[in-house]
Design a protein around this ligand. Structure first.
Ligand code: SR1
Ligand code: MG
Length: 400
């Protein structure tokens, strides 16, 4: 019996995902297939279609016309599926080893069919279990360095860059970040979500004019600086990892943004995990922060020297200036991310999963202080190594 396939948008069912996989010829005819919806993110449906004999699978991801984390009352553009598949393809042209292969995409159905990464684990989950992923920072540093250099005015034809930037204009998803990362947590806004016991700490943030000024400067950078094609949501839940491999997923927030944003979000999520660990297990996370920056700066600098298309490339001091501002911005963006993941709409399991209530509240108070220090002291840090002492001072200050 012929199977009919939707041509106008409707949410897929598990059976629909199987039919799509068959229609695309992704499995040999007659393969016994099973499917389960496995999405645990904030926004999309994710189906895993698997050959029941070989256990080999594919992923069918579909954007919903609203934010799953809130419900149908928060409508959200389906165009993010095209942004995601195009970003994966663009990233793959520079670093295919770090992104899932895209097999198929359909703009009107908001579907991307891609490589199944079930042999890996979401890095946030593994880090919460105490894993350290020895190559994680090497890979993330290389991913960010190469994708951001090659999509910037230093790494590609500057006219083509503008056209590429135009194809990644992503206003609705950027607005989520503008609101949830840079605005709402610093105001008494209805999207915020925190325990009553934290109210005094949170109100202190809302009344902190010095902090607000610095967050406003960082938000302005996010709004206006189109350095490179960035992932836009590079937290540890957007990374699949094992001891050997790293894959970056979910670039639906991709757009032309500041060089330091992805680095800052990644740092922040490592720090949030560090806050959930006993002190003696925190060092691998600080080491990952050091390594991410070292690898990023080394590869970006090599590419700058060997592949730069900008006539000013050899001007003494320019590379150092770009790196210096990228570093400071990354620290500031990290501070905003740490704060929003603690009191904003979208939390992280690293902190929310701390079972003991007092310990959890204490970790969240530390997170608020750490976020504030990162933002206010970003220009005084000269290397990532100093994040350790900032972290220690923040925690000590909170216990005294
Ligand atoms: C309504 S979306 C909430 C968060 O989930 C995404 O992964 C982004 O981090 C966003 O801020
Ligand atoms: Mg996501």
């Amino acid at each position: 019996m012929p199977v009919s396939h939707p041509t106008v948008y409707e949410p897929l069912t598990e059976q629909g995902a199987i039919s799509l996989a068959v229609r695309l010829g992704l499995f040999p005819e007659g393969t016994p297939l099973a499917c389960r919806e496995i999405g645990d993110g904030n926004l999309n449906l994710v189906f895993r279609v698997v050959d029941q004999q070989t256990k080999k699978g594919i992923i069918v991801k579909q954007a919903l016309p609203y934010a799953k984390v809130v419900g149908e009352s928060w409508p959200l553009t389906l165009k993010r599926a095209v942004i995601e598949s195009n970003a994966l393809r663009t990233f793959a042209s520079y670093v295919p080893q770090y992104v899932p292969k895209v097999y198929y995409s359909d703009e009107s159905l908001a579907i991307t069919v891609m490589e199944d990464l079930s042999h890996l684990q979401i890095a946030r989950k593994g880090l919460i279990e105490g894993k350290t992923y020895p190559l994680l920072s090497q890979h993330i540093g290389e991913f960010i360095a190469k994708t951001s250099f090659y999509t910037s005015d230093f790494g590609m034809n500057q006219q083509e860059k503008k056209q590429l930037a135009q194809s990644f204009v992503n206003p609705e998803l950027c607005k989520i970040t503008e609101d949830l990362v840079f605005t709402d947590p610093f105001f008494n806004h209805e999207t915020n979500n925190f325990e009553d016991e934290l109210r005094d700490d949170v109100e202190a943030l809302w009344n902190d004019d010095k902090l607000r000024l610095e967050v406003a400067k960082l938000k302005r950078k996010f709004l206006t600086e189109g350095d490179a094609l960035i992932h836009g949501d590079l937290h540890t839940g957007s990374i699949f990892a094992s001891d050997e491999e790293t894959k970056i997923i979910d670039p639906e927030f991709a757009f032309y943004g500041p060089f330091g944003f992805d680095i800052g979000q990644f740092f922040a999520n490592l720090l949030l995990n560090a806050l959930s660990r006993p002190e003696q297990q925190q060092e691998p996370l600080f080491a990952h922060i050091d390594k991410t920056w070292d690898v990023f700066a080394t590869i970006f600098s090599d590419l700058w020297r060997t592949h730069n298309v900008e006539p000013y490339a050899k001007t003494e001091g320019l590379l150092e200036d770009v790196l210096h501002h990228t570093f400071i911005d990354a620290i500031g963006f990290a501070g905003c991310e740490v704060i929003r993941r603690t009191i904003g709409l979208a939390h992280v399991a690293d902190l929310d999963g701390i079972e003991d209530k007092e310990e959890r509240l204490q970790a969240k108070r530390y997170a608020l202080r750490l976020g504030r220090s990162l933002i206010l002291q970003r220009e005084t840090l000269s290397s990532t190594k100093e994040i350790r002492s900032l972290f220690a001072q923040t925690v000590l200050a909170a216990t005294n």
